[in-house]
Each structure stands twice: as structure tokens, then as C-alpha cells.
Ligand binder design. Structure first.
Ligand code: SAH
Length: 339
């Protein structure tokens, strides 16, 4: 028995063909689930009873559950309980251009970045596709909003759960499902190089963000253990190749850690690395956590770093902050925090 929200439309079409049915049944199922928001298979009235019985033998539409919600003016943080009693979180942000959600892709995370809260809980398992899809569905229903953009930047490393994350992207992008445009979907990775190459071949042209955070291998390996396996030179090459294949600008995330990676020298080294490439650097003011060895760079230092990059011809922005009052800020989600 598998959850219906796990399936891309192509997979459901294949299923229906296999049981001797027409493939448009998959579209009908999608319309019930994603447009009419009807989850009881018995209610799928344009699908005849025998097929519904068959469907019920194969599939369920079980939901994960919302167990807590914390609200700020423009931010809501949700805690979900999964069927096996694991917990994950998602954050909603209301912008003037729409509502965005930051979804989790794993229970815990194995990447072990020195400054990040999420990694305190080691990876327990991948999230199933339905557990990602339902974060969106449940919140849309709870807040009575339509989510217009999705960032895969919550707990977990999405490229470490590649197949499920790709199915998730296909489903939310599908015009008969949530119809979230590819340009409104962003995947953030710490830089798993082989998967960046795979991602470049995906026909859905989503936005790619790379958590970079340090321009030398010495410092990056200290902050992000993944750099010991996938170091800067091949990572830059992978980004160049990705740009060549997709022609889509890549975001370089750089969290501003006081006296760690925020000097003018590092800004210049970063500019050298990305010279002439179609990228932009997003400077992220660090959200202070229980990792007491790290603090946020001052506004002044962030501005100097910004100006240095700008002068060197690098496109750069400073990320607007959301949700820090309710510990929903970037990198502060912790699976077991509230329980
Ligand atoms: N594993 C993926 C996605 C999850 S982390 C990745 O590494 O990109 C999302 C982003 O938040 C990453 O850029 C991460 O480095 C950053 N981050 C982690 N902790 C943070 C903190 N305390 N303050 C600001 N950003 C943080």
C-alpha cells in the first residue's frame, strides 16, 4: 500500500495502463486530489466503482499531521508529525508578491555544517514524496492561502534524497496538480557535485542555489565537511557546466559569520572565483543559534563585503530576514525542538 501523493502523473498513467485502463484516469485522480482537494477515493465519482476498489487496494491518501504552529506577523512555522513518529518542520513566508514555503527534504541531516542547527539531528531517513507534497497541501488548507513559491531549504540535503525530491518537484510543477512554475521553485544544496550534473538534465528549469559560505578549501572544509569530498575547484566547474547546459543563473549563498568568512580578503577571493559567471551572491545574515562559537557579522561588515563584491562586478543581494522571533529563520529549524 502506497500513498497516492507519492506519484507523478506519468507514474499514475503507467499504473492505469498496466491495469488495462485509459491513462486519462491519472488526470482525473490528480483533479480530485489537487484541485478539488477530495482525498476519499470512494468520492472520486467520475471513476467507476471497480476501478476505485482497485485503487483502494493499492493506494491510500493518509496524511502527516500538523502538531504545532508558531506565528509571527509574516511568518508561520509548522511542526509536523510523520507516521513513524518522526518530526519535521516547514516555514511559510508572506511576501508582497505571494506566499512562499520552505520545505524539509529529510528527517535530520548528515551534512554536519558547523554553524547549522539542522545537523544536530543526524539524518534518520529520507522523506517520502508524499511527506513533502503534504507539507504544502496541509498548510494551504490551514492558512487558506495558495502557495506560489517553494524553496527546498528546510531540514535536510535535497540532493541526498534525489529521486524523491525530483518526483516532488514534478508533482508540484504539474499543471494538473499544484502548478507551481519552475521559476518559483528553488533547490538549495551544499554542493553534491554528481547530483548537480544530474539536475542540469532535468527538463523543469528550477532555480539552483549553492550554499557556498567560504571561498577557500581550508575554511570551507572547516565549516562544511562536504567540502572534503566535493571541493571548490570541481564545484565551480560543476556550476560552470550547469550554467552552460541550463542558461539559468545560479544563486551563491554566503552566510555572514562574524570574523570567520566576512573579511574583505574573502570577498575578493570569492569575486575571483566567480568572475564572469552568470551567478548572483546572496549574503545571508547569520541567525545565531546554540552554536555559540558563531555570531552574526555586523551590518557594517556585511555592507563592506557587499560593496567589495559589487565593485568587482559581482551581482549581490543581502537576504531579507524572516521569522527570527519564532526560531523559524533560515537554518534554525530543528526537528525535535518543540517536543
Ligand atoms: N542542505 C541544503 C539546504 C538546507 S540549509 C543546503 O545546504 O543548502 C539552507 C541554507 O541555510 C543553507 O545555505 C545553510 O547553509 C543556511 N543556514 C544554515 N544555518 C544557518 C543559520 N543559522 N543562519 C543562516 N543561514 C543558515
Amino acid at each position: 500500500m502506497s500513498n497516492l501523493f507519492n506519484y507523478t502523473k506519468e507514474e499514475l498513467e503507467k499504473y492505469f495502463l498496466e491495469i488495462g485502463e485509459k491513462k486519462f484516469r491519472a488526470t482525473q485522480v490528480y483533479e480530485w486530489l489537487y484541485q478539488k482537494r477530495v482525498y476519499d477515493i470512494d468520492m472520486f465519482s467520475n471513476i467507476k466503482k471497480e476501478i476505485r476498489e482497485e485503487l483502494k487496494k493499492q493506494f491510500n491518501t493518509d496524511f502527516i499531521s500538523i502538531v504545532d504552529r508558531q506565528d509571527d506577523l509574516l511568518t508561520h512555522k509548522y511542526l509536523f508529525k510523520l507516521k513513524d513518529n518522526e518530526y519535521i518542520e516547514a516555514v511559510i513566508m508572506k511576501h508582497d508578491y505571494g506566499v512562499s514555503i520552505c520545505v524539509s527534504s529529510e528527517v535530520g541531516c548528515n551534512m554536519g555544517c558547523a554553524f547549522c542547527e539542522s545537523g544536530r539531528l543526524k539524518k534518520v531517513r529520507n522523506l517520502d514524496v508524499y511527506e513533502m507534497v503534504e507539507q504544502i497541501i496541509l498548510i494551504e488548507e490551514d492558512l487558506k492561502v495558495r502557495i506560489s513559491s517553494v524553496v527546498i531549504m528546510g531540514i535536510g540535503e535535497p540532493l541526498d534524497n534525489y529521486d524523491n525530491v525530483i518526483s516532488f518537484i514534478k508533482i508540484i510543477n504539474d499543471a494538473k496538480a499544484l502548478s507551481i512554475g519552475a521559476r518559483h521553485i528553488t533547490l538549495s544544496t551544499c554542493g553534491i557535485i554528481p547530483k548537480i550534473y544530474e539536475l542540469s538534465k532535468l527538463p523543469i528549469q528550477i532555480n539552483l542555489a549553492i550554499s557556498f559560505h567560504a571561498p577557500t578549501d581550508e575554511l570551507r572544509s572547516k565549516l562544511m565537511p562536504v567540502n572534503k569530498v566535493y571541493s571548490i575547484t570541481p564545484l565551480i566547474q560543476a556550476i560552470k557546466d550547469y550554467l552552460q547546459v541550463t542558461s539559468r543563473r545560479v544563486t551563491i549563498e554566503y552566510v555572514m559569520l562574524n570574523n570567520v568568512n566576512d573579511s574583505v580578503m574573502y570577498a575578493n577571493t570569492l569575486a575571483d572565483l566567480f568572475k564572469g559567471m552568470n551567478i548572483y551572491v546572496n549574503l545571508i545574515p547569520y541567525n545565531e543559534t546554540n552554536h555559540l562559537e558563531f555570531s552574526r557579522s555586523s551590518k557594517k561588515k556585511i555592507n563592506i563585503f557587499y560593496d567589495t563584491l559589487k565593485k568587482r562586478g559581482i551581482n549581490v543581494t543581502v537576504r531579507k530576514e524572516f521569522g527570527s522571533n519564532i526560531d523559524a529563520a533560515c537554518g534554525q529549524l530543528r526537528g525535535r525542538k518543540n517536543i
